[in-house]
Write a protein that binds this ligand. Structure first.
Ligand code: AMP
Length: 380
């Protein structure tokens, strides 16, 4: 199947080709025609499935054929759980709309940064990608209006509820016109999501993508057994000996992240940390530098393991093992994305071995574990 058979017009096909999307992913094959028809959509899919382009492309197509909305009256509202996802989704809107004859303004708004600059650039926005709290702030100061919203997208709805945004989301829903198109994406479908869907989605087209096994196949997994005090030297040894051009390193605590960055830097390996105690500005800067290839090592807590799409990332290292097998899969899913292969390496202390067995069992995969006692890490 090709993108041209999905009902998208030439400027969007051109943008798709520019992104080097050769053929639509399964979720796109189903979501694009359904959204173009104006149907509500319930998508059970994770990041990595191509869900973003799955809703962005048909929504841009529809916006092209809709008169420009009144100033500060949003046409398309995308609610997302995190700032990072807001920025990322807005970028997909911008990238895919680059050839459209009518300019469609997309804006990402999120908390943790000062509100004034966001208010100043709101004018003319047709697509607003927002985290719930910041949107409510803007609504209460009447900087935007939702009474003419035609389409609502709830992206990563399960995460939104997990992060405790239920009240905010319900408040926002109550401000939307009853007649609108609804698109909801969630990685899982629990009771709370069912509750949220009830009364909101009307006869939705249900799309379920089972993609967990598929990406795992694209990822080479490896583990090294190491004593806690040799973890730092081993990390540096792996980065150097493996000639790793770029690596995302996961740790379990913000303190470890900062310490590790200090050690790497001291040993001549450029690195930055990304965790919840960093300011939004520092987080965005680190991520942007990493994404553009300028920063070779990003050390992160699980904050970035979901939702953040870094194209073609070749290496992920679990410096600390995550608690849940689910987090392990999310973390290693940062590599080997979109048909690229990647390598995921875990550093295991003797205490981690039992837990790693559980992770392997849950994942249904055996991972080769290498001893490192004989490795000379002096000078690493
Ligand atoms: P998402 O699940 O929306 O976060 O997308 C995951 C990744 O897949 C992103 O890097 C997209 O750029 C990429 N992608 C989306 N659709 C396609 C496609 N049809 N062909 C190749 N890559 C794609």
């Amino acid at each position: 199947m090709s993108f041209s058979s999905l009902g998208l017009s030439a400027p969007l096909l051109k943008a798709v080709a520019e992104q080097q999307y050769t053929q639509p992913y399964p979720i796109q094959q189903e979501a694009i025609p359904a959204i173009l028809k104006g149907k509500d959509v319930l998508g059970i899919a994770k990041t990595g499935s191509g869900k973003t382009a799955g809703f962005v492309l048909p929504l841009l197509e529809k916006l092209q054929n809709t008169p420009q909305s009144r100033n500060r009256y949003i046409n398309t509202l995308v609610l997302v759980p995190t700032r990072e996802l807001a920025v990322q989704v807005a970028e997909v809107f911008k990238g895919l709309s680059s050839h459209l004859p009518r300019r469609i303004k997309t804006l990402a708004i999120y908390g943790g940064v000062s509100i004034n600059p966001q208010m100043m650039v709101l004018s003319g926005t047709e697509v607003l990608v927002a985290t719930p709290g910041r949107l409510l702030d803007l609504l209460s100061s009447k900087a935007v209006h939702l009474s003419e919203v035609e389409t609502l997208v709830l992206d990563e709805a399960d995460k939104m509820l997990n992060l405790g945004f239920e009240e905010e989301v319900n408040k926002i829903l109550s401000l939307l016109p009853a007649k609108r198109q609804n698109i909801l994406f969630s990685a899982t479908l629990g009771n709370e999501i069912e509750q949220l869907i009830k009364g909101q989605l009307h006869e939705p087209v249900r799309i379920e993508i089972q993609e967990e096994a598929q990406p795992l196949e694209q990822i080479k997994q490896l583990a090294y057994l190491v004593t806690p005090e040799r973890k730092g030297p081993l990390l540096r040894y792996l980065i150097r000996q493996g000639n790793m051009p770029q690596v995302l390193v996961f740790v379990s605590a913000t303190r470890t992240a900062d310490n590790l960055v200090a050690k790497l830097t001291k040993n001549g390996i450029e690195a930055a940390a990304m965790h919840s105690k960093k300011s939004q500005g520092a987080r965005t800067e680190a991520l942007n530098r990493f994404k553009s290839g300028k920063l070779p090592v990003l050390v992160a807590t699980d904050l970035v393991s979901r939702g953040i799409d870094i194209q073609q990332l070749p290496y992920v290292i679990n410096y600390d093992l995550p608690r849940s097998p689910k987090d392990y899969i999310h973390r290693i899913g940062r590599t080997g994305r979109a048909e690229a292969t990647g390598e995921a390496i875990s550093l295991l202390t003797p205490d981690d071995r039992h837990h790693f067995r559980i992770i392997q069992k849950k994942m249904g995969r055996q991972v080769e574990i290498l001893e490192t006692n004989d490795l000379d890490l002096q000078g690493s």
